[in-house]
Write a protein that binds this ligand. Structure first.
Ligand SMILES: [Zn+2]
Length: 283
């Protein structure tokens, strides 16, 4: 069932587990994510990026997620979220399309400008009953690029949350986006920083770039206030690897349903593993 993020986030916050937020870009990945959540009896966030909206169109991708949530996940809560909204227009369009949560990512701007743009998006979202996520600090794409200056400062985080009214905050605590880090080994998270941030802001925190992180790190992060965990790279990696393998193994196969079915199953499996790790299963 399609549900407002507020409902499942409240429970995650009360019970102390994290929600998995998985990126989709098409019908098949959406099926894999929602099948995984249904098999594990877990709530789930399905999120799309602006790049996916450019690729698939806002209405088609929104309808795919909403329809699958309603028809296949009968008692399983599915929330729809915009990941890394960079401009006000796409945020407004997603809200109009029925998203219950948006992210405004102005983290590449100076603090004051980040506050101003985030506040504008938060006010608009709240006026329409939608949750808003902001980001403070920069999540880089290469472990060697991590600098102290990019990490989220706990005092600044408190100021940011107070000034903008965000419902959730994406933090930079050594986490890294993208595929490059998957070959570099596991980034080390700064748990003291995470603890200090959570103590100051007391709102649910979001961990981006969580692909590849081991169970111990994930569990510790949840213990210290992470309530949403974004998995994008591992979903894409799993999907494309399965697809590549099928095409190589069955070069004569021309039925797209047969070609995609292994990739859908592979996404389902990785989603199930993550949901177990996040502690949101069998609810
Ligand atoms: Zn991200």
């Amino acid at each position: 069932m399609l549900i407002h993020l507020r409902e499942i986030l409240k429970e995650a916050q009360n019970e102390g587990y994290a929600l998995g937020a998985f990126n989709t870009s098409n019908l098949e990945i959406t099926l894999g994510i929602i099948n995984g959540a249904t098999a594990k009896k877990s709530p789930v966030i399905v999120q799309v990026s602006e790049a996916t909206i450019d690729y698939a169109g806002l209405k088609p991708i929104t309808h795919i997620v909403q329809t699958i949530a309603k028809s296949r996940a009968i008692n399983i809560p599915v929330a729809l979220h915009l990941d890394h909204g960079k401009n006000f227009r796409s945020i407004a369009e997603c809200i109009k399309a029925g998203f219950s949560s948006i992210m405004i990512d102005a983290s590449d701007l100076p603090f004051d400008e980040n506050v101003a743009l985030t506040k504008q998006a938060v006010d608009y979202a709240h006026k329409h009953g939608v949750l808003a996520q902001g980001e403070l600090g920069a999540v880089v794409r290469d472990i060697s690029q991590i600098r102290e200056a990019f990490l989220t400062d706990p005092d600044q985080a408190a100021e940011f949350v107070k000034a903008t009214g965000v419902d959730t905050l994406a933090v930079s605590i050594g986490n890294v986006h993208g595929i490059i880090k998957m070959r570099q080994g596991v980034p080390k998270l700064d748990f003291e920083r995470l603890k200090a941030i959570y103590e100051k802001v007391e709102i649910p925190l979001v961990l981006h770039g969580a692909s590849g992180l081991v169970k111990e790190e994930i569990r510790k992060a949840i213990e210290l206030g992470i309530r949403i965990i974004n998995i994008h790279t591992e979903v894409d990696l799993t999907f494309t690897q399965a697809l590549r393998w099928t095409l190589i193994k069955s070069p004569e196969e021309v039925d797209p349903r047969k070609i995609f079915s292994q990739a859908i199953k592979a996404v389902q499996k990785i989603v199930e593993e993550k949901l177990e790790m996040f502690g949101s299963v069998n609810l």
